[in-house]
Design a protein around this ligand. Structure first.
Ligand code: UFG
Length: 332
């Protein structure tokens, strides 16, 4: 099967491309390298010994997609192409709506024209807003707290209505919890150029001495140590979850939504201590005030993914910390 992976050189896209190739799929990537580097394609080749075909271009650009669909018989698409920085989305909401929603709509239009109606969509646990209770099941109420989250919630709605209008579509919507870690080869991972927004890349940069200390955003949440609790999932487990979703949903003419997480929550300080112990490094930190918009606890009820996709996350917190560390030190 030929799979189009939009945003395939990004953090989750590159790991998913590797797992797709390993599972025998033919991967075609389209990426404008807005938040990634072309060398990632070389790295995917190094890991899999197969070079994915890569088109440089923006998924919002219909001509780019038309060309790909004319040149290849695409069986399904996995859509990762989106901006993802929550803070930036608050200051540039139109940029987020324009990019994330246009990319999704353009992709769906071109897919429909070419009668390719199998789609896996990257959504996020952010669509649960401030959850009423944890663990969070797919039936929990949905709300948005920032424009990035709005693009994911609207994206889901666009797909639900698309499926109502044309039930020939087969769509899996995947709500990611907090992906961290890297491929065990140390060749691909997450290494933001700017000061990171997310916890794990920040911890990595503090441990390597690039940043002086971690700001822990609040220690007065109603959690076991007062710091925020999240469901951290190894990015390779998440990538494998996409293949399970693709296999399950393809040609079923169904639309369904799945949480991809581990079901276990760890606090910010749990993460700091685990990273220190596992990698034998120091991560100095300071407690600062809460970050606006943050919630106390967020972790997944994973039973639906286990039952329907026959998938569950397998990699431990130790592997997540080790692999993140290995990748960062590979870069130096
Ligand atoms: N945190 C710190 N210091 C930092 C960064 C984060 O203390 O420098 C804390 C946060 O307050 C939070 C936890 O670490 O308690 C995790 O924060 P992240 O920014 O890593 O992740 P979030 O849970 O806030 O958000 C992430 C993604 C979103 C996605 C969401 C889904 O950034 O895109 O998970 O659950 F929507």
């Amino acid at each position: 099967m030929k799979i189009l992976v939009t945003g395939g050189s990004g953090y989750i896209g590159s790991h998913t491309s590797v797992e797709l190739i390993n599972a025998g799929y033919e991967v075609i990537i389209v990426d404008n390298f807005f938040n990634s580097q072309p060398e990632v394609i070389d790295r995917i080749e190094q890991i899999t010994h197969k070079r994915p075909l890569c088109y440089e271009g923006n998924v919002c650009d219909r001509q780019v997609l038309e060309k790909i669909f004319q040149e290849h018989n695409i069986d399904a698409a996995i859509d990762f192409a989106a901006y993802k920085a929550v803070g930036e989305s608050v200051s540039k909401p139109l940029m987020y709506y324009q990019n994330n929603l246009n990319a999704l709509m353009t992709l769906c239009e071109v897919m429909q024209e070419h009668d390719c109606k199998n789609l896996v969509f990257s959504s996020s646990a952010t669509v649960y807003g401030d959850p009423e209770s944890v663990p969070i099941s797919e039936e929990s109420s949905l709300s948005v707290t920032n424009p990035y989250g709005a693009t994911k919630l609207y994206g889901e709605a666009i797909l639900q209505y698309l499926h109502i209008a044309d039930p020939q579509w087969s769509i899996a919507i995947l709500r990611y919890f907090n992906p961290i870690g890297a491929h065990s080869s140390g060749l691909i991972g997450e290494n933001p150029n700017d000061i990171p927004n997310n916890l794990m890349p920040y911890i990595c940069k503090v441990a390597s001495g690039e940043l002086p200390y971690l700001n822990v955003f609040g220690d007065d949440y109603p959690t076991h140590d007062g710091t925020g609790v999240r469901d951290y999932i190894h990015v390779v487990d998440l990538a494998i979850g996409h293949i399970a979703a693709l296999k399950t949903i393809c040609d079923t003419h169904n639309i369904d939504v799945f949480n991809l997480g581990t079901g276990t929550g760890y606090s910010v300080l749990d993460m700091v201590h685990a990273y220190e112990t596992i990698n034998q490094v120091k991560v100095p930190y300071r407690i600062t005030k809460r970050r606006p918009g943050d919630i106390a606890e967020c972790y997944a009820d994973t039973s639906k993914a286990e039952r329907v996709l026959h998938w569950r996350a397998e990699r431990t917190l130790e592997e997540m910390c080790k692999d993140a560390y290995r990748f960062i030190n590979h870069q130096v």
